[in-house]
Write a protein that binds this ligand. Structure first.
Ligand SMILES: Cc1cc2nc3c(=O)[nH]c(=O)nc-3n(C[C@H](O)[C@H](O)[C@H](O)COP(=O)(O)OP(=O)(O)OC[C@H]3O[C@@H](n4cnc5c(N)ncnc54)[C@H](O)[C@@H]3O)c2cc1C
Length: 418
């Protein structure tokens, strides 16, 4: 690896921008295979990321594949059910292998795992623009954060055979790279941490609540360790709602929604009344349904939430960020083995994402529960009466069956008549 006098590399095989789950998974996979990888993030790690911190089965599987599951579980709160709670108070506990770990810890584990595999982590720097030669991305211009030694605040050019953008839901890097197709997010969500030892053992599942006061979204309480709970509310996929002219994100004040959640939902009320808020309640955007950005351009791949890899119905995205990060890495690695050119590597990556697309489409369909919370009552009522419906819900959670089956017209009639 060539480097400047300040020790910063000037060339590498792959520059991965963004050290969230997608970027770190990509960097670890590439570096494990012996590629010269540079990983950069605008923030110094460990850093916070606004999230519900829920690790559902797809995340669990990807963490195992990356070889970090044991380390994650040594710090995480294991969880065995998602509790779906409907507007009339009905509840069904859907089994799955899950966990909760604040993102400050999870992302630090993942970033360190990339470094331990050989990726070189730069000091905090912001991706400003690609270096473009005749339409091909051959590297990036990075602006080092203030206070980063001799290079503080300066721009650094780094040339790479591939640049992978894993910059999450904020669109600035996508715009700068010329791959942004939609600037507005497809959802927003808000969360806070509350310490309340009295609730330990009382909230053990990932509790997800639908109610007309949360329309067109949902509320959640997820148990972390040490008497800390992640509580929040989100509006997922408001993009399609706005497009259809119905109730959308601009009509929703999420702080009011979260306030309502902590009033009508008794466990949330008790949690807040007897608890202590740790830090601020903060919101962040979501990019869902594998929409909103081009997946590639010559010399550049887009992965994780930057590529819209978060599920619209539930706002879950850590698992698919990890998976798509691994897919981007594998496309580069397999392409090198096969001697594929740039176009071949991009095509194989995009083809892999296309195989995930139907699942995202079905989650978008399932999103009608957020718009019509009474549907949650219906599904919960049926799941309580029918093992088969409950196991179908578990199949969705564990990715062995499709969410659309539960809320499509056909799926609804099956819920009634099967
Ligand atoms: C309130 C909320 C609750 C959620 N709850 C859950 C949940 O419980 N479970 C779940 O699975 N998912 C949840 N999600 C979704 C989840 O947070 C995302 O799907 C996931 O973080 C995507 O990972 P990523 O690596 O693609 O992006 P990110 O985790 O956003 O990482 C992107 C990284 O890129 C860096 N970056 C951005 N721009 C630049 C730049 N120009 N230069 C350098 N670095 C840059 C950022 O600093 C960041 O570290 C939630 C989201 C929100 C907003």
């Amino acid at each position: 690896m060539q480097a400047t006098r300040a020790g910063l590399p000037t060339h590498c095989d792959v520059l991965v921008v963004g050290a969230g789950p997608a970027g770190s998974a990509c960097a670890r996979t590439l570096a494990s295979a012996g590629l010269d990888v540079v990983l950069v993030d605008q923030h110094a790690f460990p850093r916070d990321k606004i999230c519900g911190d829920g690790l559902i089965p797809d995340a669990y599987a990807a963490l195992r594949r990356l070889g970090v599951l044991d380390e994650v579980m040594a710090q995480a709160q294991p969880v065995r059910h998602v509790a779906c709670i409907g507007p009339s108070g009905g509840r069904v506990d859907v089994p799955g292998t899950m966990a909760v770990l604040p993102r400050k810890q999870l992302d630090d584990i993942l970033c360190r795992a990339a470094v331990s595999a050989g990726a070189r982590l730069l000091p905090p720097a912001r991706f400003q623009a690609p270096i473009d030669e005749k339409g091909v991305v051959v590297g990036a211009r990075l602006k080092l954060s203030e206070g980063e030694g001799a290079m503080s605040g300066q721009t650094h050019e780094l040339r790479a055979r591939w640049v992978v953008l894993a910059t999450g839901a904020v669109p600035q890097a996508l715009i700068a790279a010329g791959v942004c197709e939609r600037r507005t997010p497809s959802g927003i969500a808000l969360r806070g941490y509350v310490k309340n030892d009295a609730m330990v053992g009382r909230i053990k599942a990932l509790e997800v609540v639908w109610h007309r006061k949360l329309r067109p979204g949902y509320g959640w309480i997820f148990p972390c360790r040490d008497g800390v709970f992640n509580i929040g509310a989100g509006v997922a996929d408001s993009h399609s709602l706005e497009r259809s002219g119905r109730l959308g994100m601009k009509d929703v004040n999420l702080r009011d929604v979260l306030g309502a959640f902590t009033e009508f939902y008794a466990p949330a009320r008790e949690l807040m009344e007897g608890g202590r808020l740790i830090g601020e309640i903060k919101g962040a955007p979501l990019r869902c349904t594998l929409e909103g950005a081009k997946f590639s351009r010559p010399g550049l791949l887009v992965t994780g939430e930057a590529a819209g890899s978060t599920y619209s119905f539930t706002g879950e995205g850590i698992g698919k960020a990890l998976e798509t990060g691994i897919l981007a890495a594998e496309a580069v690695l397999n392409g090198r083995i096969r001697g594929a050119d740039d176009a071949g590597i991009r095509a194989s990556y995009e083809a892999k994402l296309a195989t995930l697309k139907p699942r995202f489409g079905l989650y978008e369909k399932a999103n009608r529960v957020n718009r019509h919370p009474w549907l949650a009552d219906l599904v919960i009522w049926r799941a309580k009466k029918s093992e088969r419906v409950l196991s179908r819900m578990a199949g969705v959670l564990n990715e062995t069956s499709n969410p659309g089956n539960l809320v499509s017209v056909k799926g609804l009639s099956r819920l009634f008549f099967e």
